[in-house]
Design a protein around this ligand. Structure first.
Ligand SMILES: NC(=O)C1=CN([C@@H]2O[C@H](COP(=O)(O)OP(=O)(O)OC[C@H]3O[C@@H](n4cnc5c(N)ncnc54)[C@H](OP(=O)(O)O)[C@@H]3O)[C@@H](O)[C@H]2O)C=CC1
Ligand SMILES: O=C(O)C1=N[C@H](C(=O)O)C[C@H](O)C1
Length: 269
């Protein structure tokens, strides 16, 4: 494949951003042309501690319009924070740069707004709450199981530096389960919390419990209960490299899209 997809990465110093910088610079079909950060602006990334291995100097920008104008990327990979990621995605669409967004924590009205903007601009965008193929399978298997098990709760477990709760993956899993599940509020109809939050978050009756601890990376189990049996579907990301094949697929695929796709499962065979 020719070295022809020009990529800009937002959040290059972050846990995911660093892996993405590595993935793009090692990829024969992609070229890293710039990065977006609010630190070290005006420098090149190889002057920043930890990025010395980069083969060529990559400029750091804060202003997206200037970055897009000077480096003409095809694709923006955003791995930042919910507020920043939303702003970046909008600006990219307005500049005809195709966003691949891993950042989680967007509200449903933000997702609707971005869907409309992508349609208006006739330009592709992929928002994937989880880029790990195993996590996508966990979500799909859970969706399949929901046809036979209406009683389900989700436990997601992440490192304690995570800003959003519940995780984007847990929300997406519940949304996919909801499509196949007879609607039901989980738990006893008369149950009461004696300590607020004890029963977790609620997405259409599906309970989501969020655990945050140092030592964890990204883990989720989906528990289906039925008379005398329990089905547990679990996925663990023990290394952020687990997300990178999904990022790579999204960068290649977004080049041929002209609408917003929410979820990696929608572009995998
Ligand atoms: N879709 C997926 O598969 C995955 C998604 N994620 C999501 O990706 C996002 C990033 O996660 P992670 O890498 O762990 O987080 P980190 O906190 O490690 O990285 C986020 C980076 O974004 C930087 N940043 C913050 N604001 C801006 C800004 N205005 N412009 C440019 N950069 C900015 C931060 O800088 P500073 O720290 O100096 O503020 C930091 O370097 C999260 O939303 C997370 O939920 C994570 C893993 C997998
Ligand atoms: O913040 C993280 O780390 C992760 N965030 C994503 C999410 O919110 O689902 C994906 C993965 O779980 C790691």
């Amino acid at each position: 494949m020719p070295n022809n997809i020009k990529v800009v990465i937002a959040g290059p110093r972050g846990r995911m951003g660093r892996e993405a910088v590595k993935m793009v610079t090692d990829h024969d079909g992609m070229q890293l042309v710039s990065v977006i950060d609010y630190k070290n602006v005006g420098q090149s990334l190889d002057q920043v501690e930890g990025f010395g291995y980069l083969p060529e100097s990559i400029s750091i920008y804060n202003d997206l319009d200037i970055c897009f104008n000077e480096t003409s990327p095809d694709v923006l990979i955003d791995l930042t924070t919910p507020e920043t990621g939303y702003r970046h995605t909008k600006t990219a669409l307005l500049n005809n740069v195709r966003p691949v967004v891993g950042t989680t924590g967007f509200t449903s009205s933000q997702l609707d707004e971005l869907t409309n903007l992508a349609e208006e601009r006739n330009i592709g965008v992929i928002i994937a709450p989880n880029f790990a193929i195993g996590a996508v399978l966990m979500m799909k298997f859970s969706q399949m199981a929901a046809k036979y098990f209406e009683d389900v709760e989700i436990i997601e477990m992440h490192h304690d530096q995570k800003l959003d709760a519940p995780s984007g993956t847990a929300i997406k899993t519940a949304q996919m389960i909801r499509e196949n599940r007879t609607s039901k509020k989980q738990g006893h109809p008369a149950e009461e919390e004696t300590l607020e939050g004890a029963r977790g978050a609620d997405l259409d009756g599906i309970k989501i419990h969020s655990v945050r601890l140092p030592g964890l990376i990204a883990h989720q189990q989906v528990l289906f209960g039925s008379g005398g049996q329990l089905l547990t579907i679990r996925h663990d990301s023990n290394d952020r490299a687990s997300f990178m094949s999904g990022v790579s697929i999204c960068v290649e695929t977004v080049m041929n899209l002209n609408t917003l796709v929410y979820g990696l499962e929608n572009i995998l065979d």
